[in-house]
Design a protein around this ligand. Structure first.
Ligand code: KG4
Ligand code: ZN
Length: 326
């Protein structure tokens, strides 16, 4: 079964072809991030116009890379929520049009749920598992028993993990997106005189990042002009605290629910310190830690096509009246 996936929830225009819900035949991504970086964050109007301009080209390129044509497609899957409304609408409308023209079924997919499954692509899905989704818009922990049996039990109460990386990078004048820069800069020092902490929210699997972000802001304001080394030390301390809380709660969730598999997806799952710490802690607790290659952690249509196929195989389809939800 060949599924074409369309993803347009934020600043990545992506199309992918996935075979039988597991094998990625192609995954094309065209990002408008370069157009947003000077603003220090995503400008929704620019993102949706970019999707409109490139969606057709990206889709044709995905088919070509897979060595296929539109006639080979069996199912059309697209992100329907959550995301930027204007951006979602472009991909969703394009996918519905494609499905109608090809006379093939259409299915709408939840972007966050798709991030949960992307680490398993090409490796085989294992149930049950605890899934950590850490991206620019979400920080969530879920217990996953099947493709349609997902229970989210941990959320961010304010900023998402990626958002906190982006805001701290902005405070340190490191550019956008902040996650990769902080990751790189933090690796240039081994220790830091700064000590930042994340709210621990005991007894809950929720997260909070607004306090640590404000703490970094006040520290930087107090210091005045800062050297590159000081920036690296601040980045190091922030990253350690921001990641350690994710690791702690993810492992705790596996132990509490007696689940032996842990997955991490979303842009922040590219973070080198997060991967290292989750690997170390999982090994200690005999937990199998599954993570995706960076391309599949970031927003991509392969995960949309994959989850769309698995849901379709379980009997789900979406009507053309399905609307986008922010
Ligand atoms: O999943 P994603 O591509 O888009 C959303 O759905 O939001 O994630 C983008 C986020 C950005 O906030 C970016 O700063 C963060 O992921 N990110 C990272 C790293 N690479 C990307 N955060 C920390 N460390 C990284 N290496
Ligand atoms: Zn995402």
């Amino acid at each position: 079964m060949l599924t074409i996936g369309i993803e347009s929830s934020c600043d990545e225009t992506s199309a992918a072809v996935v075979e039988n819900g597991e094998k990625v035949l192609s995954c094309e991504v065209s990002s408008s991030v370069h157009l947003h970086s000077k603003f220090g964050g995503i400008i929704p109007e620019i993102a949706s116009r970019y999707h409109l301009e490139y969606i057709s080209e990206v889709t044709q390129s995905a088919l070509k890379k897979a060595g296929l044509t539109f006639r080979d497609v069996d199912l059309v899957a697209a992100t329907c929520r959550p995301g930027l409304l204007g951006s979602l609408l472009v991909g969703l409308s394009f996918a519905k049009g494609l499905s109608f023209a090809l006379k093939k079924p259409f299915i709408g997919v939840n972007h966050i749920e798709a991030h949960l499954f992307s680490p398993f692509l090409g490796k085989g899905f294992v149930f049950p598992f605890i899934g950590l989704v850490v991206s620019g818009g979400h920080t969530s922990l879920a217990r996953v028993n099947d493709f349609d049996k997902i229970r989210f039990f941990g959320h961010t109460r304010d900023d998402a993990a990626g958002e906190a990386f982006d805001k701290v990078a902005k405070i340190l004048e490191l550019g956008y997106p902040g996650g990769p820069v902080i990751d790189r800069l933090a690796r240039t020092v081994t220790d830091s005189p700064f000590k930042f902490n994340c709210a621990r929210l005991p007894g809950s699997f929720d997260f909070s990042y607004s306090g640590i972000k404000t703490d970094v802001l006040y520290t930087v304001q107090k210091l005045g002009r800062i050297t590159k080394k000081t920036k690296a030390q601040i980045a190091h301390s922030f990253q350690t605290a921001a990641i350690d809380i994710l690791v702690k709660k993810s492992i705790l969730a596996c132990k509490k629910f007696r689940i032996e598999t842990l997955s991490a997806g979303g842009g922040v799952a590219c973070n080198s310190y997060l991967r290292k710490r989750l690997e170390e802690e999982s090994r200690k607790e005999n937990i199998r830690f599954v993570y995706a290659e960076p391309k599949l952690c970031l927003d991509n249509a392969a995960m949309i096509a994959a989850l769309g196929t698995s849901l379709y195989k379980k009997g789900f389809v979406s009507p053309y009246t399905l609307s986008a939800e922010a």
